[in-house]
Design a protein around this ligand. Structure first.
Ligand code: ZN
Length: 290
């Protein structure tokens, strides 16, 4: 599913084929935006902001898409056969040398570029964890907002207004790597632990931003992989999608549960991620939560 690394990669590919080129044809899906308004313009910017993708045109319009669970952007050569049915295309941008097609994205809108700053979703985004200047301390402060005190850390890591770019796969992986129970309320987690979660999240996103396949268990991602043998298991992920299989660190069966205001599936190791508040020195305090 698309997370910040996917969008970063998509932006790299689309930037390469679209930037500076004249739009020769464009259309949206049924009831989608009137993309004919950008025909004849040149693409002057392609960028990812968290899980949002923005394509800017030199007539002061910007195409905004959000892929949610099932959307994707494809790049084709002229005449090449599409890998999804044309009826599922929600945005098509043609330049002389390529066709960029967005399939199945629930959010597709053509905006006045100046209005991006007040866009209800974009303007509220937390620091983009993939941005070179990502301010992780600011993200910790946003996590500390009283409105999130009782939110579980697993849910808070998905909250794009706290920090942008993380999705369902990474939030489980990040909590596992940092040995934090994903169901602990944010209020029970010390600042330095929040900071570590974000540092690890950023490291995973950066390491995976150019693909080809998402992994959290590479040696390059830290000391985690060396002793725990994930390479022997051939596993690309520690816990996500591994319910009932042995933890790659301790052998305990990985558990899974659907939770949250917007129900999403979480994976964790009950032994490595004990249900107790995390203190500054990384040890577990005594108040059990589950
Ligand atoms: Zn474990």
């Amino acid at each position: 599913m698309p997370e910040g690394d996917t969008l970063y990669r998509t932006a790299v590919v689309l930037r390469e084929v679209l930037t500076g080129r004249e739009v020769t044809a464009a259309r949206g899906g049924i009831a989608g935006p009137a993309l004919s308004r950008v025909v004849g313009t040149h693409v002057d910017r392609v960028g990812a902001q968290g899980k949002h993708l923005l394509v800017g045109f030199d007539n002061a319009l910007t195409l905004h898409t959000h892929l949610r669970m099932h959307g994707s952007w494809h790049r084709y050569r002229p005449g090449e056969r599409w890998r999804r049915p044309p009826s599922r295309a929600v945005a098509v941008i043609e330049v002389p040398t390529a066709i960029a097609v967005c399939f199945d994205a629930p959010t597709v809108e053509l905006l006045d570029t100046r209005a991006l700053a007040i866009h209800p979703a974009l303007a509220r985004l937390g620091p983009d964890l993939l941005a070179p200047e990502a301010d992780l301390r600011a993200a910790v402060q946003r996590l500390r907002d009283p409105s999130r005190a009782e939110l579980s850390i697993g849910e808070a890591l998905l909250d794009q207004t706290a920090q942008a770019g993380l999705g369902n796969v990474y939030r489980s992986e990040v909590c596992f790597i940092e040995r934090v129970d994903p169901f602990l309320p944010v209020a029970d987690i010390a600042d330095d632990v929040l900071q570590r979660l974000l540092v690890t999240a950023r490291r995973l996103l950066v390491a995976n931003r150019l693909g080809p396949s998402r992994t959290t268990t590479r040696d390059a991602l830290g000391g985690e992989a060396t002793d725990t043998g994930p390479r022997r298991h051939g596993g690309r992920l520690y816990v996500y999608g591994r319910a009932g299989r042995p933890c790659l660190r301790c052998g305990t069966p990985i558990r899974t549960r659907v939770a949250g205001a917007v129900p999403r599936r979480t994976y964790w190791c009950p032994a490595c991620q004990p249900a107790t508040p995390r203190t500054d020195d990384g040890t577990s305090a005594s108040r059990p939560r589950r």
